[in-house]
Design a protein around this ligand. Structure first.
Ligand SMILES: [Zn+2]
Length: 258
């Protein structure tokens, strides 16, 4: 379960909470708290919602494309506030709470908050996501780069699975690679093949750009993980990038093991 706070700007007050509340529920979330204010930007609706993290990208996608929504930001809410503070001080802009680079070289955990901000943009741009992902990757600290872009890939992969493959039959790992991972990657990239060695990607946009030493396609690895973890019945397959163009191979190869 995830708690996420949305700050939504609209030009209309009437029906706003009703419509967006429906959309929240239709996405499997519950509305924990909301507040409507007026600002120079227009009507500002702040909603704290709780629901499955795997549905978050879908909810963000729906909010982002709703005609009443002019713009929105998503963020991690403050640590638990007392239940009586529903009319407390206005929520500050969420983006302001997302930590800037701390320069903490020891921090190798993914920066979830930054990924949450990126995801709606990826959903809107899909399948042309790479320019955004590369810009995002450039902004990260070296220590966080691998874990955070891999996590972003996982979230996008899970979203693609739910969007395009969730209604399909239950497949084993080999079949899932062939019928889910392969077409999903072909939708993102050209020159993707599956052979006995694994999934081969000829022109990964993450190679030769000086961001990583050694294997560099952490976002693609994460995508594959998201696509194959999301069905649930496969467990968490082990996915490795065994060859990478960034290390001198002629293409990037990903292998899959249960
Ligand atoms: Zn690679």
């Amino acid at each position: 379960m995830a708690d996420v706070e949305f700050r939504i700007v609209s030009d209309r007050r009437e029906g706003l909470l009703l419509e967006l509340g429906r959309l929240v529920m239709a996405s499997g979330f519950t509305l924990q708290r909301q507040r409507m204010t007026r600002s120079e930007e227009g009507v500002v609706l702040t909603m704290l919602v709780r629901g499955p993290e795997t549905n978050l990208l879908m909810l963000e996608d729906r909010l982002g494309s709703h005609p009443l929504v002019q713009s929105f930001e998503a963020g991690v809410p403050d640590a638990v506030r007392p239940a009586t503070t529903t009319t407390a001080a206005p929520v500050e802009p969420l983006r302001a709470r997302i930590p800037e680079h701390t320069g903490d070289a020891a921090s190798t955990a993914p920066d979830h908050a930054r990924v949450e901000v990126l995801l709606p943009a990826l959903a809107r741009a899909y399948p042309d996501v790479f320019s955004r992902v590369l810009a995002f990757e450039h902004e990260l600290t070296v220590a966080q780069r691998e874990a955070t872009t891999r996590y972003a890939g996982m979230r996008l992969g899970a979203w693609i699975y739910k969007r395009d493959y969730a209604l399909g039959a239950r497949l084993n790992l080999g079949e899932s690679v062939k019928h889910i991972a392969l077409p999903a990657m072909r939708n993102l990239l050209r020159h993707v093949e599956l052979n006995d060695d694994g999934l081969r990607i000829k022109n990964s946009p993450f190679t030769g750009i000086g961001l990583h030493r050694g294997s560099s396609c952490h976002f693609l690895r994460g995508c594959l993980e998201g696509l194959l973890n999301e069905p649930g019945h496969l467990g968490r397959p082990r996915i490795l990038e065994t060859f990478c163009r960034n290390s001198g191979a002629d293409s990037c190869t990903f292998t899959f093991a249960a």
